[in-house]
Design a protein around this ligand. Structure first.
Ligand SMILES: [Zn+2]
Length: 128
């Protein structure tokens, strides 16, 4: 993946503008900031609304991997010694931990579809 000359960020090729000289290796966000392309021409730019919608989809997909260690920590620190809820919570936690990878794989298609829906239609120029 190429690196932008101005902001030094690495993006996929689709996130760069097409051109020579000052327009070489410039990401679309820097190009709009520096006036190299107008915002209307930058169809491949993720504006703040689209960016946050994409982040929300991403967070929904991966947040379960934050919750599971949190719940295990909660169980170890608080509920483990409480009878009988410690055991019940352990069983639920085990089921959740074992089902999460299956659920993650199962929802992969939905995630790809959501991200594709939130990706602007943009044809990369020839040779770029
Ligand atoms: Zn840049």
């Amino acid at each position: 993946m190429p690196t932008c000359r101005h902001c030094s960020s690495t993006y996929p090729r689709e996130q760069f503008i097409h051109g020579n000289g000052p327009m070489t290796q410039v990401c679309v966000r820097c190009a709009v900031d520096k006036g190299l392309v107008s915002k209307d021409d930058a169809v491949n730019m993720y504006d703040s609304g689209l960016g946050s919608a994409r982040l929300q989809v991403l967070a929904r997909r991966y947040s379960i991997f934050l919750y599971i260690p949190l719940l295990w920590t909660l169980w170890i620190m608080v509920i483990k010694d409480v009878q009988p809820w410690g055991l019940y919570f352990l069983l639920v936690l085990l089921a959740l931990t074992l089902l999460t990878p299956i659920w993650f794989i199962y929802r992969g298609g939905q995630y790809s579809g959501d991200l594709a829906r939130l990706t602007p239609a943009y044809d990369r120029p020839e040779g770029h």
